[in-house]
Design a protein. Structure first.
Length: 430
């Protein structure tokens, strides 16, 4: 079967971009299926680091075609900036190499203004949104009043629709949030120009990918964010507005289950998250600083999109087992094993304690994680720098034991381990 799906098993930022880049060498299409520019995937090739928010990571390979599915919300301004950044780096970006679903919804300055106004009104109850307009865009989609990419096929009519949209937003900004209105005329003109620039990229992604797979070509579905941010299956209400899980890939690309061969879950060797919400295995102080890094390297634990320092902690196998279940994972990729080098002892959360009981599974999903105390298994660390290791048997014994413990705890085989940010800093297992 020609469809593989890559999903994050944590709160996003697991290193999916470099995994997608690696797997893209053997596929024909890489298709993004959810989220918007609130998520960032980092790909390092030699001395170049690409931070991609909308364009599928696999486009760095010259032979792949990128697709942006109907499940994605697209900010045209950000997309055009990203396309120009790639071109400046020597990557070909043309209608022959990038297709945007006609059914993908668009993010506008109105959505961004509403996002900021709503988050500001929440005060201490804020969700920690990236303020990129993602939530309001998905809200309009569900309310059946959003703007879709297909509208850009007729730029002048699209400009009129944009003007009306901003006028509706202004009414809400003035009367509900007492906020300053936006310039509807200027925004309408800008988005008319965006439509002229992007209309050649609009197509039917579902049909394109289905025809490709019928011809025997391979498709890699790329998710943004992670399972624990899923609107239905995440740490609600501290979640995103889409479904970054396996079923979301099928819905977000318009594909059936019959095509799926592999579901590849990506997890860091430890746990991180950005934004608000519960985090049972979170660390603070020196231990947290050690895992996070200083921010002077592109792969340190600072958000690609927001630049915010990520919260860090020990790997949580309770949540990893949960992610394996809701996604139907067939295999795991463990990233950033190199970060653990030099630590004398490592911990993995293997269960929770609540009300005098020990729980190895979540009783009602991850929405109420704040009530749980982590129970840890302690493992010996290793001192060797593993960034130059390329064979499983050359890893320190303690590093191999750590990876095998992760595999055992979630009952999913680990097929790859990354030991650095470069394309070749990956160890394949089995």
């Amino acid at each position: 079967m020609p469809l593989d799906i890559v999903v994050g098993t944590q709160w996003g930022d697991e290193g999916k971009g470099r995994v997608v880049d690696l797997l893209s060498a053997g596929v024909d299409f890489v298709a993004r299926f959810n989220g918007g520019d609130n998520a960032g995937h980092t790909v390092t090739v030699g001395d170049k680091t690409f931070k991609l928010h909308l364009v599928p990571s696999g486009i760095i390979h010259p032979h792949t075609i990128g697709a942006i599915g109907n499940g994605v919300v697209v900010n045209p301004a950000i997309l055009l900036q990203e396309m120009e950044m790639l071109r400046a780096a020597g990557v070909t970006v043309s209608p022959a190499r990038l297709v945007i679903s006609h059914a993908a919804h668009l993010i506008t300055p109105g959505h961004i203004a509403l996002d900021k106004a709503l988050e500001g009104q929440r005060g201490q109850g804020k969700i920690g949104t990236t303020l990129r307009g993602i939530g309001p865009a998905y809200t309009e989609k569900v309310a059946r009043s959003g703007l879709r990419a297909g509208g850009m096929l007729q730029p002048e009519r699209f400009g009129q629709a944009m003007r009306q949209h901003i006028e509706r937003v202004n009414h809400t900004l003035r009367h509900l949030y007492q906020a300053e209105p936006l310039d509807s005329e200027r925004i309408a003109q800008e988005f008319t120009e965006y439509a002229h620039l992007l209309k050649g990229y609009i197509g039917d992604v579902s049909l394109l990918l289905t025809h490709a797979m019928n011809r025997g070509q391979r498709v890699l579905a790329e998710g943004a964010q992670g399972t624990l941010l899923d609107l239905d299956h995440g740490t609600y209400p501290f979640v995103t507005s889409s479904n970054p899980t396996t079923p979301g890939a099928l819905l977000g690309l318009g594909l059936g289950v019959n095509w799926v061969e592999r579901v590849i879950g990506v997890t860091k060797a430890f746990q991180t998250r950005v934004g608000e919400g519960p985090f049972p295995s979170e660390l603070n102080g020196d231990e947290a600083a050690r895992l996070r890094g200083t921010g002077d390297k592109p792969w340190d634990e600072f958000g690609v999109t927001t630049g915010r320092p990520r919260r860090v902690g020990w790997l949580d196998s309770v949540l990893l087992r949960y992610a394996a279940r809701v996604n139907g994972l067939t295999e795991l990729v463990v990233t950033k094993l190199d970060v653990l080098s030099g630590l004398a002892a490592l911990k993995i959360c293997v269960a929770y304690r609540a009300d005098g009981q020990e729980l190895r599974e979540l009783p009602f999903g991850p929405a109420e994680l704040g009530q749980f105390e982590p129970i840890y298994l302690e493992l010996p660390g290793w001192s060797q720098d593993v960034m130059d290791v390329r064979r499983w048997e050359d890893l320190p014994e303690q590093a191999r034991a750590y990876v095998l413990q992760v595999e055992d705890l979630c009952a999913v085989p680990v097929r790859m381990v990354s030991v650095g940010p470069e394309r070749d800093q990956v160890i394949e297992i089995g």
